[in-house]
Design a protein around this ligand. Structure first.
Ligand SMILES: NC(=O)C1=CN([C@@H]2O[C@H](COP(=O)(O)OP(=O)(O)OC[C@H]3O[C@@H](n4cnc5c(N)ncnc54)[C@H](OP(=O)(O)O)[C@@H]3O)[C@@H](O)[C@H]2O)C=CC1
Ligand SMILES: CC(C)(CO)C(=O)C(=O)O
Length: 373
């Protein structure tokens, strides 16, 4: 039986920018049922009454594109959820919201649940392993989505899809020892796993740009995307700018940030940075370029291209947080480098300064909102 025939149910935790772009595209291009899990009954009621249970995406990267809207037939929150075990769970909350958001649904997540994290940054895997899913036998099937689409709120439940870029997906191993996967491991997921099959189903995969791969390939993509976020997100927040506005003058600060991040990441992800030396020409494993991709000069060019050119009209997710006076993901991005560096007994002064400046920007915005400027 194909995924199309079964109409998979996808529960979605985090109906914000990323959640909405995924939900709208899943509903447009597959037969999946998407069920958002809201924070509270009050949020469900507001969505149903003020929002008429409708979400929308305006693809502003394509001037001719109409507004795509979808009505969500079912939605839940911790007070109302009475369903059985959850089969497919997409987590699109901010990283720092993950633990609280998952907590009410833990009784419904088991070893048959497919749980995919679609988030920026690093550090959530450790959180899930050490603080949430501590019992090994009941851990869900875990996947990661590394997403480069740029999306921000227009108003209500309508979001602007400002930059189109692919989403890479792979199974995450729960243990460090499993980080190098064989090509046939990924092929098995594509054939047998409902969530992977759904996300790779055509025409969804083509329109949304999903690419499925082994974990080590995803990890290179994740570190790459991490470097994009370590530059674009804090710098646009500190400067309070759209991504495209900093295009001409950002390469110096980006070089400082990337150089320091790479020094620290190389220490922690040595198996990935040494992959080419060990696995080159081993047919069971994918060929992968690491050192020619994850180096400062190449990355700074790529970050400017993805962050400031393709996503020129985007207001980064961290800048959105500082504008709406919400906590930011800085501890899972530049702050993660600071913590990792201290584990290796080295200093990460540039990233430490970046963390302080983002916190200063958020503090200043909150103060202005409270006492005026
Ligand atoms: N926006 C972008 O362009 C991109 C974002 N990303 C990454 O994707 C992830 C999501 O970001 P983004 O979509 O921008 O974030 P948003 O803030 O737009 O969305 C997060 C959503 O999670 C919901 N949420 C938070 N806590 C809970 C909870 N306890 N229960 C239920 N829902 C909850 C929020 O609802 P509530 O209103 O109740 O707080 C909100 O709707 C982040 O890691 C981000 O870095 C990646 C690429 C691009
Ligand atoms: C789209 C991009 C790269 C930059 O805006 C992003 O990931 C974000 O805003 O968090």
């Amino acid at each position: 039986m194909t995924a199309m025939a079964r109409a998979p149910k996808v529960h979605l935790l985090g109906l914000g920018s990323m959640g909405t772009v995924l939900a709208v595209n899943l509903l447009r291009f597959t037969n999946a049922a998407v069920i958002p899990l809201f924070r509270s009954k009050e949020k469900v009621d507001r969505f149903q009454t003020e929002g008429n249970s409708t979400i929308g995406i305006r693809e502003i990267y394509d001037k001719k594109s109409p507004l795509f809207t979808c009505k969500l037939e079912e939605c839940e929150c911790p007070e109302t959820y009475q369903g059985g075990p959850i089969k497919n769970l997409v987590v699109t909350t901010k990283t720092y919201q993950t633990k609280d958001a998952l907590q009410p649904y833990l009784p419904y997540i088991n070893s048959s649940t497919n749980l995919i994290l679609v988030q920026n940054g690093l550090g959530v895997l450790e959180l899930l392993r050490d603080e949430i899913f501590t019992g090994k036998s009941s851990r869900p099937q875990l996947f990661q989505g590394v997403i480069s689409h740029g999306v921000y709120l227009e108003k209500g439940y309508i979001y602007n899809h400002a930059g189109w870029a692919p989403m890479k997906i792979a199974r995450i191993p729960w243990e460090e020892t499993g980080i190098i996967q064989r090509k046939k491991d990924a092929q098995a997921d594509r054939a047998e796993n409902e969530l992977v099959a759904l996300l790779m189903e055509q025409p969804f995969a083509q329109f949304f740009g999903t690419q499925h791969m082994t974990y080590q390939e995803l990890l290179v993509g994740q570190l790459y995307k991490f470097l994009v976020n370590a530059c674009i997100n804090p710098v646009t927040s500190i400067m309070d700018s759209l991504n495209g506005e900093i295009v001409d003058d950002c390469s110096d600060i980006f070089t400082l940030i990337v150089d320091e991040c790479l020094q620290v990441l190389e220490l922690s992800y040595s198996r990935i940075f040494n992959y080419e030396d060990v696995y080159q020409n081993q047919k069971e494993y994918p060929d992968m370029k690491v050192k020619s991709v994850l180096n400062t000069e190449h990355m700074v060019r790529q970050i400017i291209e993805i962050g400031c050119v393709i996503n020129a009209k985007n207001s980064s997710s961290m800048r959105q947080d500082t504008l709406y006076l919400r906590d930011t993901e800085i501890e899972y991005i530049n702050g993660y480098i600071v913590k990792l560096a201290s584990r290796f007994k080295i200093e990460a002064k540039t990233n430490r300064a970046i963390v302080s400046l983002v916190n200063l920007r958020l503090g200043l915005n909150r103060r202005r909102a409270n006492v005026g400027d």
